[in-house]
Design a protein. Structure first.
Length: 248
């Protein structure tokens, strides 16, 4: 896929004047790796109810059911690899720009692609948290031998994931908001931009006069407020964007 010359020139022109670049990613960036999105035609929320599986109330009601769902997702995720879009962002991180990657994804594919600085707004599916002590640790057991899994203290653990109705980590949210406010250029890749507070970062960046580019095959609620809405798959567009940024 070639990016329209006009669009490529605009991005190149803005990048030349930019020091701080922010990427905000969502499930769409992992779609080409084989990870299901949440709200698309085959999206997870088409077959499962978020209220039954991704809320603290659901976990309190039935921790086994919630863990079975996460165990299934972990099994599906384990063999999957980062795609061209993850790799393009990891490449851009190695350039001279000051890059902040903010992701809503919990799949860990950005890190697997080599990104070092990644603000995970909604946690990580490979981390668990003791419901009693709050201790966070990695758990890579696939499939899980005991559901729900337990902490050494004897309490059960929960996925270290931010569920609906729960607050995001204050430190992560403040770093993400400040990166958005101080950015010169922001790329929003593969998100439906409906879940708050992540969906407000493009607005914060716009208000701070950053140049905002959206990459998504579909229109979203923020398409109207961005500078460029690029209707493309992340795996097609991001390698070109990396090339444009690296050519400067
Ligand atoms: C909070 C974890 C304070 C589970 C997730 C009313 C108004 C405003 C806000 C609210 C409201 N009612 C409730 C709220 C708050 C709520 C919220 O925003 N709800 C929305 C839905 C209305 N938010 C919260 O609860 C947050 N906490 O606000 O705390 C508070 C406290 C108490 C009470 C109130 C407030 C916590 C949110 C965290 C939710 N956790 N998941 C898990 O993963 O196991 S959300 C879930 O959605 C995922 O994490 C995901 O990351 C996130 C965002 O979705 P996307 O990543 O955008 O994915 P989606 O499928 O939607 O879209 C994919 C896109 O990719 C599409 O646009 C598609 O076109 C595109 N695409 C497809 N293929 C490609 C592609 N793009 C590029 N290339 C491709 N190849």
């Amino acid at each position: 896929m070639m990016i329209d010359t006009n669009v490529a020139e605009k991005i190149s022109d803005k990048a030349e004047k930019s020091k701080r670049i922010v990427f905000l990613t969502g499930a769409g960036i992992s779609a080409e790796s084989g990870v299901p999105t949440f709200r698309g035609t085959d999206g997870l929320w088409r077959n499962f109810r978020a209220e039954d599986l991704a809320t603290p109330q659901a976990f309190e009601r039935d921790p086994k059911l919630v863990w079975e769902w996460y165990d299934m997702r972990r099994q599906n995720l384990l063999p999957l690899e980062p795609n061209k879009a993850h790799k393009a962002i990891a490449d851009i991180e190695k350039t001279g720009y000051e890059v902040t990657l903010i992701t809503q994804n919990v799949d860990g594919l950005h890190q697997k692609a080599g990104n070092v600085n990644c603000l995970e707004l909604h946690g990580n599916i490979w981390n668990v948290r003791c419901i009693d002590e709050g201790k966070i640790f990695e758990n890579m057991e696939v499939p899980l031998s005991i559901i729900p899994p337990a902490c050494a203290c004897g309490s059960i653990v929960r996925p270290h994931i931010v569920w609906f109705g729960e607050s995001l980590d204050a430190d992560i949210i403040s770093k993400a908001a400040s990166a958005a406010e101080n950015s010169d250029l922001m790329f929003i890749v593969g998100t439906s931009a409906v879940v708050q507070p992540a969906a407000s970062f493009p607005l914060l960046a716009r208000q701070s006069r950053a140049y905002v580019v959206e990459i998504n095959p579909e229109l979203t609620p923020i398409s109207g407020i961005v500078d460029i809405s690029l209707h493309a798959k992340a795996g097609d567009a991001m390698p070109y964007i990396a090339e444009i940024l690296q050519d400067i």
